[in-house]
Design a protein around this ligand. Sequence first.
Ligand SMILES: [Zn+2]
Ligand SMILES: [Zn+2]
Length: 171
Amino acid sequence: MNCKELAYMLADYCNGSMDPRLREELDDHLSRCEPCMAFTKTFRATCEGTRKLREAIEYAIPAEVRERLGTFVRAAALKYPEKMREYRDQIERDRREKVADLVSAATAGKLSSASALLMESHCAACPECSGYFDALRSTGTPPAGDPPAGIRSHLIALMQALPPGEEFFLA
Ligand SMILES: [Zn+2]
Ligand SMILES: [Zn+2]
């Protein structure tokens, strides 16, 4: 369970879309666990803010809470494996979406300066990615569907190299 999975779970909890059985268990845990309760309150307040804030707070889940919620989740996963799998799937969808955003921002020349720099130095060393983006720029439109798996994993690594909370493209 990483921070993103925990954040999805807490978002579900805060916006009321959590499975009632799981919610009951989490309520029970929170009522007995001060650090998790305190963090969940902060999280709830932040969820009402912008998506950017919400993303920033994922990186701010305190180690203790991560540990404690992680233990809770491992126990819950034994009882509700399908619910926990949903959080995993959500991350996968989120990644696909971000890769697609990155590809279109790069094609349109709208990368933030930090990501443009990362991208440039990566492409200088990676014929696979530089070939892909050269082809994109010459046609001007990203192709439908996901980029090839190799390129996809490079782009995910690039995004993860950005400082927490930093947007990779210009608004
Ligand atoms: Zn706890
Ligand atoms: Zn590459």
